[in-house]
Design a protein around this ligand. Structure first.
Ligand SMILES: Nc1nc2c(c(=O)[nH]1)N[C@H]1C(S)=C(S)[C@@H](COP(=O)(O)O)O[C@H]1N2
Ligand SMILES: [Mo]
Length: 411
């Protein structure tokens, strides 16, 4: 279309809309039902933008911090699971957990040193890594502190606060095994220290077995470069392992024969049991699920049909079954699992439910491919006691009052 005819057409369209308004027909009205649609705009819409952002009407769909403003030293905010569909977490809504703020790193200057028990220690640039064969995988990432507020009493008002320290992205990078194979492992190699380039001195010991299995060095998240808060320009991805070990802003891997017993695996990220013993190196996140809709803070309007929908995941493989209860666990019904069902990935489940207008307690319970069944909170506390705060994967209960108010309870 020529410039002249485009302008002519635009003038004509604007003219016809004005004419419609002037003729007393601003709305589309269905003659049979009288139902009306709002008038169409008479002016052109917004111009192109180089990088898109959500509609201004979605301004409530944001990450929120837990209680009060986070500090510069230790900060976390939560993914709004109650507003999300499917299994992908949009990059801008992936929860953040930073022990020393988000560093700004120039990828051209970033380096990864791989040394210790290897034949040929080496410093990699990002370009060096990108020359290796790469892979893309969809994987969840959960902070082991997810749901920590829920041990003793129901605390989080919404699923964002009770379960929003989990995300699921498509990650692209290279296998750690390929990098280590290129350098050659020395005899006795058993552990690998992963170190971040932020101010937090975030170091963790990772079993070599995991590094050789499915660990990745990733630079991409949901198709574009990692967001700064997710570790730009390079992060370690350990599928299914507690979030803390997925070191962001990765700058060093040191191969050794023993774990390093860093601060993050001795003072922190251990689980103190009832008998005073501490569980250390609790790596894999056990199977967990939660109903995201309806969930805490929501209000059911009319009685009748509702879709119960939520998410399930396991750090040990695929989810094979999710069941839903509306009577506090007295009876369970199988939910349908939305494809794709991938290993160590969020799985969306759905269950059609009819609310009869009375009180209900909604719960979900998942089973993973190892046969592990998500426990009740009472069962979990029986084994773990009440001294620890990480790794709470118990069944979550949402109470529906007869007025339709949905709240967090311990059933
Ligand atoms: N270098 C570094 N890596 C880090 C952290 C950090 O503070 N510094 N936080 C860890 C924790 S506790 C978690 S749960 C995840 C969070 O990843 P995300 O912020 O991308 O959601 O990153 C982990 N990796
Ligand atoms: Mo974490």
């Amino acid at each position: 279309m020529s410039q002249a005819s485009r302008i002519a057409r635009r003038t004509f369209l604007a003219g016809s809309a004005v004419a419609a308004a002037a003729s007393g027909l601003p709305r589309t009205v269905d003659a049979q039902t009288g139902a009306a649609l709002p008038a169409r705009p008479t002016e052109l819409g917004a111009p192109l933008r180089p990088y898109g952002t959500p509609s201004p009407f979605e301004r409530d769909v944001v990450r929120v911090a837990a209680d009060g403003p986070p500090t510069a030293i230790s900060s976390w905010d939560f993914t709004p699971l109650q507003h999300l569909e499917g299994i992908v977490t949009p990059s801008g809504l992936v929860f953040e957990r930073n022990h020393g703020g988000v560093p700004q790193i120039d990828p051209a200057r970033h380096r990864l040193l791989v040394h210790g028990l290897v034949d040929n220690p080496r410093v990699f640039t990002l370009d060096d890594l990108r020359r290796l064969p790469s892979v893309s995988v969809m994987r969840f990432l959960e902070c082991s502190g997810n749901s920590l507020s829920e041990w003793k009493k129901p605390t989080g008002a919404t699923v964002q606060i009770t379960h929003g320290l989990v995300s699921c992205c498509e990650w692209t990078g290279v296998r750690v095994s390929a990098v280590l194979a290129e350098l050659g492992l020395k005899p006795g190699a058993k552990w690998v220290l992963a170190e971040g380039a932020d101010a937090a001195l975030m170091d963790r010991s990772v079993p070599l077995e995991k590094m050789m299995d499915d660990a990745l060095l990733v630079w991409s998240q949901n198709g574009e470069a990692l967001r700064p808060e997710q570790g730009y320009p390079l992060r370690l991805l350990l599928p299914g392992f507690e979030g803390n070990m997925n070191v962001k802003w990765l700058r060093r891997l040191k191969v050794a024969s023993e774990p390093f017993y860093t601060r993050e695996e001795t003072a922190k990220y251990t689980d103190l049991l009832g008998n005073g013993e501490a569980r250390m190196f609790t790596f894999a996140m056990e199977a967990k699920s939660v109903i995201t809709r309806p969930s805490g803070g929501m209000h059911l309007g009319r009685r009748g049909s509702y879709e119960i929908s939520g998410l399930a995941w396991s750090g040990r493989g695929k989810i094979v079954r999710v069941e839903v209860s509306s009577d506090a666990g007295a009876s369970w019904n199988a939910a349908s699992l939305q494809e794709p069902v991938l290993t160590k990935c969020l799985t969306r489940f759905r269950y059609p439910w009819t609310w009869n207008g009375g009180e209900a307690v909604l719960q979900s319970r998942c089973v993973d491919e190892t046969g592990y069944v998500q426990p009740t909170l009472a069962d979990l506390v029986r084994v773990r006691g009440l001294n620890s705060f990480y790794h709470l994967n118990a069944i979550q209960s949402w109470h529906v009052a007869s007025g339709g108010e949905v709240t967090n309870i311990h059933a």
